[in-house]
Design a binder for this molecule. Sequence first.
Ligand code: NAP
Length: 486
Amino acid sequence: MNLNNPSLLKTSAYINGAWVEAKDNKTFPVHNPFDGSVIAHAADCGKDETSKAIEAAEKAFLSWKKFTASKRSRILKKWHQLILANVDDLAKILTLEQGKPLAEAKGEIKYGASFVEWFAEEAKRVYGDTIPGHMSDKRIVTIKQAVGVVAAITPWNFPNAMITRKVAPALAAGCTVIIKPSELTPLSAFALAELADQAGFPHGVINILSGSDAPSIGEEMCANKKVRKLSFTGSTRVGKILLKQCADTVKKVSMELGGNAPFIVFNDADIDEAVKGAIASKYRNAGQTCICSNRIFAQAEIYDAFTSKLAEASKELSVGNGLDEGIHVGPMIEEKAIASIENLMEDAKAKGAEILTGGHRIEGTSKLNYAPTVLTKVHPEMKIFSQEIFGPIAPVFKFETLEEVINLANDTEYGLACYFYGKDYAMIWKVAEALEYGMVGINTGMISTAVAPFGGVKESGFGREGSKYGMDDYLEIKYMCWGGID
Ligand code: NAP
């Protein structure tokens, strides 16, 4: 791998400030999804290494929590600067192991860095309260304190930002962390650890380990009493397993889980803007984001105009190797992922869906490149309505009334992001209030930013990442009741 800063290509686990191999030097291969080539072999850690990392984090917590907020903030700011100074290399590593186009990868690195900057500032604003007492001789005060050792488990679709979104607020709050990235994308995580090391975090404050046996690492993180908080981003299925495992030690948990985002276009919407928003929210990362629009609903009057413009715009997207100039859509992450969308396509076609564009893998490039696809004649009995698609397929459902589309949009166990386009102000308020989702994009398909609270309701999880609320998940409120003050 040709990097300006070769020190960023690390393959060992980072535990207690040292790069260490897994027991018996076990490794697993990391692949480039575009061509299947092996780009590195990463340390294959398991329960023992996880337990060591937890011990290191517990020890480091004793001193890290006592650092002044401004001292923690300075180290976070240094980390932020180093991430930005290495954006090209970090993006290259990310595209190689994950597949997304280089421009998107750079966007993710900057987005990821913005959480580090934001929480470096928020570290200084962890305020308590004074509360009017309930008796004349009593005074009541609250303070907020770091939760303790935090374990973070992150997915492959944002190998950088899903880490910083958890780790930055945890560190700012005074917690120490152990991170397990996906085995598909460990290199971006290690590169972040290398920069954290250069930034000067004390040993044990940040620990990162990878492994091919996620359940055994997860079990140790959940069962170990020294871990006081688990923060997970990934599928609802795995989130439920982890929630059950955390029950025995009654850990504080945050869950950023799957989505099934509706994207609604009303008759009075600006159709061209709605098409732009749908393209941005549907095809980012080849459709593999938790907030990708999953079910597009267009109102009857504008249905044909919207779907044909969406199909035209979808056809213009170039699909190929994320490292090549001008590519909009890279390969899907692995064969299993593309097989899953093919299964959804078979079901939709068998139940009457019509393909306006796409619907197939792309010949002559990666076997994981799938064409941006627009489907019409779709209905709620198709699997594509209820399942998270996680691929570049845009089914467009037709609706007549506001009430009908609200019911359809809410007819899912998920509640992460939703979007709608329209102009009538009263309707905008009503729709935004009626949609059962944690995040609402109104006349926009792009909602992610460090300054706003990211998170879901229902089976999309709980907890918020980013914004002034993002620290709360890593803090405990302590109440002090002072008596005898007459
Ligand atoms: P996943 O299969 O749930 O995996 C997520 C992480 O959990 C990975 O690190 C994985 O490791 C690990 N894992 C898997 N089984 C585990 C177990 N039994 N115990 C402990 N850890 C375990 O999800 P994914 O396929 O990587 O990511 C896609 C999902 O994440 C989608 O549902 C998407 O919507 C969701 N997501 C949500 C958000 C959000 O903010 N709400 C953001 C991004 C993605 P391995 O990969 O090594 O198996």
